[in-house]
Write a protein that binds this ligand. Sequence first.
Ligand SMILES: N[C@@H](CCC(=O)N[C@@H](CS)C(=O)NCC(=O)O)C(=O)O
Length: 240
Amino acid sequence: MAPPRHMTSEDPFPAKTPGKLRLYGMHYSPYAMRVRLMLEKKGVDHEVININLRSKPQWFLDKYPVATVPVIEQDDKLLGGSLVICEYIDEVYSKEGERTLSADPYEKGRTNMLIHDKFGKAISSVYKRIGWEQNWEEDFFMHFGELDKELGEKKYFAGGDEPTFVDYMIWPWMRIVGPDCEIDDVLSTGKLPNLERWIEDMKKDETVKACHTSPDVLKKCCDAYRTGIHVYDLELNQST
Ligand SMILES: N[C@@H](CCC(=O)N[C@@H](CS)C(=O)NCC(=O)O)C(=O)O
């Protein structure tokens, strides 16, 4: 099913349903995808209002002057920032013993360090590669090499047989690394064997599958990043 179209400054505020959680997103935003993954994982009943980031509705700016997506709203509660939101969803909607992020303060701190520090750097090297910036390769393999080392022999980043918080938080960027994807020239080098295996395992995860975006659409988003011409509602314009 095509995602909801992206609303512009022309669109009136869509009435809220009492009690229902609403995600303000942008369908191709990796940050918003973090939240979609977590909502899917936790089976949270919700609605999505997509925002055209080049023509933001005034009602969105009034609500969240930081003016980025994702944002969630439920009655009079509002939270912005993908990691803040995902941690909140995990805490509020997980059944006993099913949290994806450890409740142990030290474990949680270590996970957040990995996401902010090591993966933060890897994200910037993904954009360098998408933009074919000079020397992207050195940067890319340095930061991805660190991640590969961090993963090591483990199936998922936190150990265990199931993906947890950290895997879902980094997936939106990692899904474009690999065969048939935008960054298809790095896994065949043998430099990232652990990540290569991890990507294949992540692709089989039910939550990841439910939030799938076709490689064709992802490619158009990467092209848009290169040209600076934003694209919205690609699925609505597709004939298939
Ligand atoms: N730290 C924020 C970053 C969110 C972010 O930068 N989102 C982008 C979309 S991918 C955005 O809304 N940009 C605003 C704009 O382009 O005007 C988070 O984790 O949610």
